[in-house]
Design a binder for this molecule. Structure first.
Ligand code: DLL
Length: 433
């Protein structure tokens, strides 16, 4: 079953009963099969029988990325390695990769979650979908691929790179959906424009995720390509894409919470916060077999809403991501998120969503330069016009992030494009250390 009305439209009480039963089973399983969790629970004086239902989840210890690294590669398996049929890994910028391992049932569960998400985006078996996330250790390509096949879509494993060929095939195959990072889709849109292909395409839906993006950028993609764009979220540690996705109402991302139990906790106290309050997203994988995780701290910042959605689903919704707590820059003591810069830029006519923030330290003072690509028509020889635009952007950024910013306008298509996750920040302060 894919559109799982029984699960996605359950009453909260019914869902909590199911989650409680699953949590009890999970805790019992990890206590007996994963030494790391047994030790952590023993340190807290906890036994499996102390966890009676989902309301007891706060008693359980957290798991962090460092715990995964310390147990690299297979120290957190809850089953013998012979039952593992697939491994993925995310590289990370420091230290060892974090590895995730799946049993056959885990892969089936993952496929079902991605298929449910695609249905949320109104994708059906009649669609032809190009999967343009990277294939390989990254979960994006294979995750979307198996989910789309599970739904019955005609699935084209494009992977990334060779954007012209992608556009040609989009036209020739009459592809109606594409799955890729939002920044790559913006680049694809530029190539479509260069090739004069827009009117020849049948594209109607994009399923974008794997990196933070703003609602404004989503609307801009919809407008440029005349399509519906959806936000899909996931992380390899929990399974990959398919953990949450937004429906046609775009009022938050529905979490598949029969499998992934979401909590939002205060970043300092690590206590749960009420609905609507921003905090760190924490997941417990209720049904995974190979490498189940308890209270995994994602570092992603969002809030949760347990009210039913206009689409009829009762699954909780998490708000569009504000960023990651570790993406947050502290510049001259002020917290700055790249998403604030993106939102401010997209308000100003003539700018594009292609920008790069360069943070440096000169004479012990932090500096921020924001390079912004401007539209062709605005990049004129009129020095005064350019100066005015520069001043306007600097003022808008200063009021958005509360620190002075040096703005540098750059010509269209000069900032590097990425087919995977985009690079928005170069922090020279860190690199110099
Ligand atoms: O990025 C899985 C994925 C693939 C999601 C394709 C969606 C589509 P990781 O490489 O482990 O897995 O990176 C996970 O990426 O903790 C977030 O910080 C960020 N992220 C993922 N989706 C979104 C999104 C994949 N829709 C990390 N909005 C997560 C904002 C996202 N950030």
């Amino acid at each position: 079953m894919i559109w799982n009305e029984a699960r996605e439209c359950m009453s909260r009480d019914e869902m909590q009963n199911m989650q409680s039963a699953r949590l009890r089973k999970l805790v019992n399983n990890v206590y007996h099969n994963v030494e790391f969790y047994r030790k952590k629970m023993q340190e807290l004086g906890l036994e499996p029988g102390d966890i009676k239902g989902i309301e007891d989840i706060e008693k359980l210890p957290f798991t962090t990325k460092n715990d995964l690294r310390d147990n690299y590669p297979f120290g957190l398996l809850a089953v013998p390695q012979s039952q593992i049929v697939r491994v993925h890994a995310s590289s990370g910028t420091t230290g060892k990769a974090t590895v995730v391992a799946y049993t056959r049932k885990d892969i089936e569960l993952w496929q079902e979650c991605v298929a449910r998400d695609l249905m949320m985006c109104n994708v059906t078996k009649d669609d032809i979908i190009q999967v343009a996330y990277g294939y390989g250790l990254f979960t994006g390509g294979l995750g979307l691929h198996y989910g789309a096949e599970n739904l019955g879509c005609t699935t084209v494993p494009m992977s990334t790179g060779n954007t012209k060929r992608l556009v040609t095939m989009m036209e020739d195959f009459r592809a109606s959906a594409i799955a890729c990072t939002p920044s790559y889709l913006l680049h694809i849109a530029e190539v479509i424009q260069e090739m004069g292909a827009l009117d020849k395409l049948c594209l109607k839906t994009a399923i974008c995720g794997a990196e933070p993006w703003t609602e404004k950028m989503r609307l801009q993609i919809e407008e440029k390509l005349h399509i519906h764009a959806h936000d899909i979220y996931g992380l390899s540690e929990v399974c990959g894409p398919g953990v949450a996705c937004d429906c046609e109402f775009h009022k938050g991302l529905h979490v598949q919470d029969d499998h992934f139990y979401a909590e939002i906790v205060d970043r300092d106290t690590l206590k749960q916060v009420p609905d609507g309050t921003i905090g760190e997203l924490v997941f417990t994988t209720l049904t995974k077999e190979g490498m189940p995780l308890i209270r995994y701290r994602t570092k992603d910042l969002t809030s949760i809403d347990h009210t039913a959605c206009e689409c009829g689903r009762t699954t909780p919704r998490i708000s569009r991501f504000k960023g990651r707590s570790d993406d947050m820059l502290i510049i001259r003591g002020v917290n700055v998120f790249p998403s604030q810069v993106e939102t401010a830029l997209l308000e100003i006519a003539g700018t594009t969503p292609h920008y790069l923030m360069i943070v440096d330290r000169v004479n012990n003072l932090d500096t921020l330069e924001v390079q912004v690509e401007v539209e062709e028509s605005f990049f004129s020889d009129e020095v005064r016009e350019m100066e005015n635009l520069t001043k306007k952007i600097a003022a808008a950024l200063q009021s958005a992030i509360l620190i002075a910013v040096k703005v540098k306008l750059v010509e269209p298509r000069t900032l590097e494009r990425s087919a995977g996750k985009s690079v928005r920040v170069i922090d020279k302060r860190v690199l110099d250390e």
